[in-house]
Ligand binder design. Structure first.
Ligand code: PLP
Length: 391
């Protein structure tokens, strides 16, 4: 430690650097206007274009009702971790229902997607394994890979050729197992992986395949059941409940044997209190609703494709997005922040995503479209972006 620095000086230095680079992040406290796309920020009403509550289920009457029913019947907490006395009948029933609806052999519920990705991957690989993950994988998957102590390599985004080369190299070495890891819909770009291609390559090299379906679940795939739905050859299928399910938590779909393994070896499952009954009730209702929301999903998809085509006409780059996540790629941090501020001045909440979340030079406004948005909301966004361009 240098003489003139306090032992916590590194904190100020790091924060100052973040500010200089226009990468400093701060929390914003919002009050949602229940059941709408609006939020109040310091009393000002904004249209929220950065929520992952894609189907608006967090405020759906049946979701709230069942959450409340379970709360009244079982109390506010589950009281213990799953292996102690926290597995209530409702946890078991919900896992069985998920397995039935999604056509999976077994399902295990986790407390969050982050917790599942960091702990599942790290319990399924060790220092003799190889993990190959897409370069744009979510931070939770990267943390899981690092924690596992396996050799960890990233393949170029959606580049099956590069993955094939890495698999070929890996097959020549003495790894005890190889994992291929991808997201189905990438969280910051809204584009999709070639899931069939990933399954085929994994099978060709006898690798295990981990597929994170967080952003497709509820929105894409048959009956909105995600892009992993109905696919053979996925060893770990991950879904999260904080997005289209409108609540909180995550699940892993896998074989019964894998489920037993996770119950015995996955620390992020073992050493934490089970999800509370109110959350289980909300999830139970969302799972009933999602497959039935075909009309609503078509409306959402219509809004998404309209917004995307108008943005293209205005000359904005939305990358390869094929989903409700639409990046408006600006490039540098400062301009991206300025656009985010301009949108806010004009009644729109849309967050600026900057490095390290995305790579250098790829800062963007990440827009998400949800069922709560009206046509007027979408037109207002388009008009505001057009005005920003013409300033
Ligand atoms: C692809 C992906 N996986 C996992 C997670 C983490 O899920 P959760 O919010 O439930 O922790 C996210 C959330 O941002 C995500 O985008």
């Amino acid at each position: 430690m240098s003489d003139n620095k306090s032992k916590t000086g590194f904190i100020k230095d790091a924060l100052d650097k973040r500010k200089e680079e226009h990468r400093f992040r701060a929390l914003k406290s919002l009050e949602p206007v229940f059941g709408t796309s609006r939020v109040l920020s310091d009393g000002k009403e904004l249209i929220n274009f950065c929520s992952n509550d894609y189907l608006g289920l967090s405020s759906h009457s049946e979701v709230i009702q069942r959450s409340n029913d379970f709360l009244q019947k079982y109390g506010a907490g589950s009281g213990a971790s799953r292996l102690v006395s926290g597995t209530l009948d409702i946890h078991r029933q919900l896992e069985e229902k998920f397995a039935r609806v999604l056509g999976l052999e077994s399902v295990l519920i986790f407390n969050s997607g982050f917790q599942a990705n960091t702990s599942v991957l790290s319990s399924l690989a060790d220092r003799n394994s190889l993990i190959l993950a897409d370069k744009k994988c979510h931070n939770s998957l990267i943390q899981g890979a690092i924690l596992s102590r396996a050799e960890f390599k990233r393949f170029n985004h959606n580049d099956l050729g590069h993955l094939g080369e890495l698999l070929q190299e890996g097959a020549k070495k003495e790894y005890n197992r190889i994992w291929v890891v991808s997201e189905t819909v990438f969280s910051m770009d809204g584009d999709q992986c070639d899931i069939e291609g990933l399954i085929q390559l994994s099978e060709k090299y006898d690798a295990l395949f981990y597929s994170d379906d967080a952003h497709a679940l509820g929105v894409l795939g048959e009956k909105g059941l995600g892009l992993n739905f109905g696919k053979k050859g996925i060893d770990i299928s991950l879904g999260t409940f904080g997005k289209a399910f409108g609540s909180f938590g995550a699940f892993v779909g896998c074989s019964s044997e894998m489920k037993d393994y996770l119950i015995n070896f996955c620390s992020g499952f073992i050493y934490t209190t089970a999800l509370p009954p109110s959350v289980i009730g909300a999830l139970d209702a969302s799972l009933d609703l999602i497959p039935e929301m075909e009309t609503e999903r078509n409306k959402l998809l219509g809004h998404i494709s309209y917004l995307k085509s108008r943005l293209k006409e205005l000359g904005f780059s939305t990358g390869d997005s094929t989903s409700q996540i639409i990046p408006i790629i600006i490039g540098d941090e400062k301009n991206t922040l300025q656009l985010s501020e301009y949108l806010e001045e004009n009644g729109i909440l849309a967050s600026a995503i900057r490095p390290p979340t995305v790579e250098q030079g790829a800062s963007r406004i990440r827009v998400t479209v949800t069922l709560n948005h009206t046509e007027e909301d979408i037109h207002h966004l388009i008009n505001t972006l057009e005005a920003w361009k013409e300033r």
